[in-house]
Design a protein around this ligand. Structure first.
Ligand SMILES: NC(=O)c1ccc[n+]([C@@H]2O[C@H](COP(=O)([O-])OP(=O)(O)OC[C@H]3O[C@@H](n4cnc5c(N)ncnc54)[C@H](O)[C@@H]3O)[C@@H](O)[C@H]2O)c1
Length: 303
């Protein structure tokens, strides 16, 4: 069945180029009215430009409806004005794609606290500002789709990207809880971990790999995450036409108990604690203490 978004209103942050532009164009092609947010600027977040208006022109030229917005996602008041403008124009906001991002790569030894904070501000607090601004309207209308753009760097690390990786994994944590809190209001929250040829990756991947990594391939996965049939709390990895899911799992582990020699038993059992056969994805955090307590009861209390 063709996925359509007719009547839906979407906000895509950082949509002046790269992945955000590809997302915005596809959402508009599938019938959504789109706020193309982007203050412009360079890869490190310096400067500004009018990339958002150019993407709006592309959408309009293809027969779609869009408005440009140049708010920085770091500015919560400007973000609230962006959401208010969308509601004033189209009456609602259904879809939020948190995509805006910057890079300030350096090894942790050389990174300034300012560069660490700035990257967290854009990726993490930027997504928090935008999501906070749409959360109440989405709850009231009992329908919403929120996507956070995570990254393989957050999930598995990457040399020289401690600030970026911290922000990207924090977004997974945000998704896990908002997915639980939004569920009964019809709000589904997911993460996308893309691989794409954009200015962010232009100098880190070889040309023949970049040729296969069109951003449009990633947007095809994004469409499912904002559709009627969207999953909730998925981490969808996407690149070069392939799609995978990443999970946070827990191993079966081992009951070690307490006492003076317990640290040595932890060390001696570390292979068994690490064994991945039978590992699981928990539905929510409280399942970890529940599992541990039930195991301790089994081991310590008389049957
Ligand atoms: N390209 C990849 O392979 C890849 C991999 C993992 C994650 N990502 C993530 O995908 C997203 C898009 O990145 P991209 O690769 O398209 O790079 P990009 O640099 O082309 O896109 C990022 C966009 O965000 C905008 N932006 C920057 N600061 C902003 C702010 N304060 N407010 C609003 N917009 C702002 C930029 O102007 C830019 O247009 C980012 O979150 C990035 O971290 C990309």
């Amino acid at each position: 069945m063709t996925i359509r978004l007719d009547g839906r209103v979407a906000i895509v942050t950082g949509a002046g180029g790269g992945l955000g532009r590809a997302h915005a164009l596809l959402l508009a092609r599938r019938g959504a009215k789109v706020v193309v947010n982007d203050p412009g600027g360079a890869r490190d977040g310096s400067g500004s430009g009018d990339a958002a208006s150019r993407v709006v022109e592309e959408i309009e030229a293809a027969g779609g409806e869009a408005i440009a917005d140049r708010a920085s996602v770091t500015d919560s008041a400007a973000v609230e004005r962006m959401v208010a403008a969308a509601v004033e124009r189209w009456g609602r906001v259904d879809i939020l794609v948190n995509n805006a991002g910057v890079l300030r790569d350096k090894t942790f030894a050389k990174m300034t606290l300012e560069d660490f904070r700035f990257v967290l501000d854009v990726h993490l607090m930027g997504a928090v500002h935008c999501t906070k601004a749409v959360w109440e309207p989405m709850r009231e209308q009992r329908w919403g789709r929120v996507v956070f753009t995570s990254s393989s760097t957050g999930l598995w690390g990457n040399f020289g990207q401690s600030n970026y990786g911290t922000a990207k994994m924090a977004l997974v944590g945000l998704m896990q809880t908002l997915g639980l809190e939004g569920e009964k209001y019809g709000i589904r929250v997911n993460c996308l971990a893309p691989s794409a040829a954009t200015r962010m990756t232009a100098d880190v991947l070889p040309a023949e790999e970049l040729a296969l990594l069109a951003p449009e391939n990633v947007s095809n996965g994004l469409l499912h995450l904002v559709s009627e049939a969207a999953p909730n709390r998925a981490i969808l990895c996407a690149g070069a036409g392939s799609f995978e899911r990443a999970y946070v799992t827990i191993t079966e582990g081992a009951f070690i108990g307490g006492g003076e020699a317990a640290p040595e038993r932890v060390a001696g059992s570390f292979d068994r604690i690490s064994e991945r056969t039978g590992d699981r994805v928990l539905d929510q955090g409280m399942q970890q203490p529940a599992y541990e307590v039930s195991r301790a009861k089994d081991a310590l209390l008389p049957a």
